[in-house]
Design a protein around this ligand. Structure first.
Ligand code: PHE
Length: 335
């Protein structure tokens, strides 16, 4: 009897100390398994006289029940604790500041292009587009640059057809300027109007700090009954002031373009105190109207073509045009 009470206490103490499911499993085997302690105790009864057997058997049975209950209780305890631990571990602190996700942004040239569009829009210009792949006709002939004209050589051209056809309307090239859209727009729309045409242009030339084989221009065209050079100066001065602020110096000087008469160039002063050409411009040449199918000389106006890259270079003090296209994040992230 004494012995069994002691056993019971030992078992209880042992189960109290269980701290894992693995320990629980081995304790189960140790006490309640086929070869476990309880069964061994039951088996030892055979040697006892019948009078003791009954009482001892009852006691062992109580120990068995108590052990089962203690193990069951322990199992629930361990499982509850494990659940609590995971909840604690996986708890999300919603007050903790979130990590900043790195966000992309518009390329500096796209930003500048959007700024140009916004400024001209406020002056009543609408934005139109033309094809990057042009015909020889729209890119040159219609702009008063016939095949024999030396001005053809000013803009080295990337031709798309190997063999040049006789018909200059079917010879394809990558546009060297946005000016062909002047003719395309004049053909399809009746003046008065004012438009800008931002887009890519291509030149077959060696690259350096201020030249790329591909860059951006923004063409402008304003046509009405009595548009003059004064209107051009007013519009462009207003644009430059808004784009650069007042601190940048600009100058207008005569320039030659076959599709203008007269023609101008507009320069801006760079950080290094050198003038940089920002755009070509001028009054639209009568031959351009003629090429677009205008018979009477009812309309006149000005056109300009500004280099978006160059505007960006002056405004943001960038000294090499090639940086725009380098994909160098150290450069791009500054803007
Ligand atoms: N297309 C000219 C160039 O690329 C610029 C220009 C546009 C000049 C319109 C006059 C008028 O150099």
């Amino acid at each position: 009897m004494e012995d069994l009470n002691k056993r019971k206490k030992e078992i209880e103490k042992d189960i109290q100390g269980i701290a894992s499911l693995a320990m629980l499993k081995s304790a189960f085997k140790k006490y309640l398994g086929k070869q476990g302690l309880i069964n061994r105790l039951f088996r030892s009864l055979t040697d006892l006289p019948i009078t003791q057997k009954k009482e001892q058997g009852r006691q062992i049975n109580l120990i068995k029940i108590a052990t089962e209950q203690a193990l069951e209780k322990k199992e629930i305890e361990i499982k509850d604790k494990a659940r609590e631990d995971t909840i604690k571990k996986e708890k999300i602190d919603i007050t903790r500041p979130a990590e900043k996700k790195e966000q992309g942004h518009l390329h500096i040239l796209t930003q500048v292009q959007e700024e140009i569009i916004t400024i001209f829009q406020s002056m009543g210009f609408s934005t139109v587009a033309g094809p990057d792949i042009e015909t020889e006709w729209y890119n040159f002939d219609a702009l008063n640059v016939p095949a024999s004209h030396p001005a053809r050589d000013i803009q080295d051209t990337l031709w798309l057809e190997k063999e040049k056809e006789q018909d200059n309307r079917s010879n394809l090239l990558l546009r060297t300027q946005t000016s062909p859209v002047q003719v395309r727009y004049l053909e399809k729309n009746n003046p008065p109007f004012r438009i800008i045409v931002p887009g890519r242009v291509y030149r077959n030339e060696a690259t350096d700090a201020s030249h790329e084989v591909q860059f951006y221009q923004c063409e402008g065209l304003m046509i009405d009954k009595d548009i003059s050079v004064a209107n051009f100066k007013a519009i462009i001065s207003s644009f430059l002031k808004r784009f650069f602020g007042t601190e940048i110096k600009t100058r207008f000087r005569p320039g030659y373009f076959p599709f203008t008469e007269p023609g101008f160039e507009v320069d801006a002063k760079r950080g290094n105190n050198e003038w940089m050409e920002m755009m070509g411009a001028g009054m639209v040449h009568p031959n351009v109207f003629k090429a677009a199918g205008y018979v009477q000389r009812d309309w006149q106006g000005f056109a300009f073509g500004m280099g978006i890259d160059r505007l960006a270079m002056v405004k943001y003090k960038i000294d090499d045009i090639r940086l725009f296209y380098s994909g160098d994040l150290r450069f791009l992230k500054q803007f």
